[in-house]
Design a protein around this ligand. Structure first.
Ligand code: DON
Length: 586
């Protein structure tokens, strides 16, 4: 940073922090009061936290976390554990763990080198720009979300095998055996997953291949605690274990996928499958208050936005403004408004669209974007009214660290909960509905209320823009924070809030993860708050001009940030208290 930039930062910090403080009577010393309030208000969300010396996994399924930890006890490293965890999630957490979807992994070696693996789904070769529009040019949600057309070419298996081949030390058979066992012999169905099967029965009963997996032969429900087996899935996993990627992308599994497509009018062909390759990409790197932030580059928007948001926040003293005070939330809403507006226009698959990364990531650009932030709300243009998503949020994120300090942040998805809802008959796994992440029609919101344009239009072979944000924040090897989340568009702000809670507010990891969250994404121009944020803060924000402030119903939570923090003394792994995941370690 040159001296004039430094001056600008200084000036900014002084003026806005002071103006905000004066306007809202934030006094020095208020922070500790705010902290106490937050701790009280988070009572009731407490997740599962372990503090260990060597290695840990935090994921949405305790069985998956335990399998990952077992892999490290047997001499595997963090990547072996991540691959083991991901394959087990495909069995124990079928709404989002997957073979039929895609994801991203950020891997940090003990030497501090960072790698990004992109195994995002791709549009089939026969996909076309207007495939989700009817004759009148209107977006058809059923086609984009709940049909055979809604699936992109799956990338998860190729990605998992690629990271394992490059970094793993255990055999492929070893990292897949637990998943095969749990699919073949079954596991006791947790209550939350049994409830998910029940709540979806109306649609799933109409799809024969899906009904046969998630319900008993007579169509009745599995009860919590009953043993749930998935023999077809076990056979698919066994083919992958024996043959590697040929066990999925060619041969029997590929034949089953293509037969499913033919039956349902989908597009994925044998050529699409055989030609699928994951990509190694240059991770996004930013610096925030002396910490290195590494996250996922396009085709995710997540890493770019998190670094942009941090760059815009860095000139302000968030600690001094206080946790969840109106001025602090105002500031975060304003920077989110600007970053998500950039997302809609500038971000897409970099193999197809020239994403202006250097500009978006520069501190100078961030300063220019915050220039006009004042002490009242600015307006998002009213384009379209996206609203709270109709589909439950069911992507999943997990974090891993081993005894050498190798770390993995991994986010995977089939998009909506249970993806398209369509199981590949005979192969036992669900297909994604990721094609909805493309902008089917410029200006029309997708299921997350996100709008987009040319950069994210459908093209054969292209990867749809994502918000998934697997992130590793580090300071040498003394501090490693591994985080990320599901939640569609809210993934980015969830990841941001975990980082700020740890770095700016000095929270312990469990407080940082379990504290209530809020979210703004430019369009629709509304701010959503989790229960637990003080009602009085809403009034202060309204006075600043913020509109459409909505408290989410108690049961509706933002994100599921299964995270790990390693500092000098120990490793803390926390599974987000919003869901029934699990953290494990030794
Ligand atoms: O890649 C994305 O941004 C979305 N497909 C993620 C979907 C999601 O997070 C849904 N549930 N939590």
């Amino acid at each position: 940073m040159n001296s004039s930039q430094r001056n600008l930062v200084g000036a900014k910090t002084g003026s806005i922090n002071e103006r905000l403080q004066a306007a809202f009577k934030v006094r020095p010393g208020v922070t500790s009061i705010a902290l106490a309030l937050v701790m009280l208000s988070t009572a009731g969300i407490d997740g599962n936290t372990v503090v260990v010396d060597n290695a840990a996994v935090s994921s949405r399924s305790m069985l998956a976390s335990e399998a990952g930890v077992a892999a490290m006890r047997e001499g595997g490293n963090a990547v072996d554990a991540a691959v083991t965890t991901a394959f087990v999630l495909a069995v124990t957490y079928p709404s989002a763990g997957n073979l039929g979807g895609g994801g991203f992994a950020i891997i940090r070696t003990p030497e501090g080198d960072v790698y990004a693996n992109d195994h995002r789904e791709r549009a089939p070769g026969d996909a076309s720009r207007d495939m989700f529009l009817d004759e009148r040019g209107e977006y058809v949600a059923d086609r984009a979300l709940r049909s055979h057309l809604s699936s992109g070419v799956p990338g998860s298996v190729a990605g998992l095998l690629a990271i394992h081949e490059r970094f793993g030390v255990l055999s492929r058979e070893a990292v897949m055996s637990r998943a095969i066992e749990l699919a073949r012999d079954g596991f006791e169905l947790p209550a939350d997953i049994a409830r998910q099967f029940m709540s979806r029965h109306e649609r799933f009963h109409q799809i024969g291949s899906t009904r046969r997996v998630f319900y008993k032969d007579d169509g009745s429900f599995y009860q919590a605690g009953e043993v749930f087996k998935q023999p077809d899935l076990a056979a698919t996993l066994a083919r992958i274990s024996t043959k590697g990627r040929d066990g999925f992308y060619t041969g029997e599994t590929a034949d089953l996928i293509v037969a499913e497509m033919t039956r349902g009018g989908g597009l994925i062909s044998k050529e699409d499958l055989a030609g699928y390759e994951p990509a190694w990409r240059e991770p996004i790197h930013g610096r925030y208050r002396g910490y290195d932030v590494h996250s996922m580059p396009p085709p995710s928007s997540g890493g770019v936005l998190v670094v942009q948001l941090l760059n815009m926040l860095e000139p302000f003293d968030l600690y001094e403004l206080g946790f969840h005070t109106a001025p602090a939330m105002h500031l975060m809403i304003e920077v989110e408004r600007r970053a998500y507006a950039d997302r809609a226009v500038h971000l897409g698959d970099p193999d197809f669209y020239p994403v202006p990364l250097d500009r978006l990531l520069s501190k100078r650009y961030a300063l220019s974007r915050i220039e006009e932030i004042g002490d009242t709300a600015s307006n998002s243009d009213d384009i379209a009214a996206g609203s709270i998503p109709r589909e439950p949020f069911e992507t999943t994120h997990f974090s891993v660290i081993d005894a050498e300090g190798m770390a993995v942040a991994f986010t995977t998805t089939i998009n909506g909960g249970y993806g398209s809802g369509i199981v590949v008959d005979g192969a036992g796994f669900l297909l994604n509905n990721e094609m909805d992440d493309f902008s089917a029609k410029p200006g029309t919101p997708n299921m997350f209320g996100l709008i987009g344009g040319e950069a994210n239009a459908i093209e054969p072979g292209k990867r749809m823009l994502s918000s998934m944000t697997p992130t590793i924040v580090s300071k040498g090897d003394r501090f490693i924070l591994i985080t990320g989340s599901p939640g569609g568009s809210t993934i980015i702000t969830t990841t941001l809030q975990v980082i700020l809670n740890v770095i700016d507010h000095g929270f312990d990891l469990d407080e940082a993860v379990n504290a209530p969250r809020f979210h703004h994404q430019w369009q629709p121009n509304s701010v959503r708050f989790e229960a637990g944020i003080k009602e009085a803060r809403m009034n202060a924000l309204r006075e600043m001009g913020h509109v459409n402030l909505q408290f989410l119903p108690e049961q509706f939570r933002i994100g599921d940030a299964n995270s790990i923090l390693k500092d000098r003394d120990s490793i803390t792994a926390t599974s987000d208290g919003r869901n029934q995941g699990g953290a494990a370690g030794f």
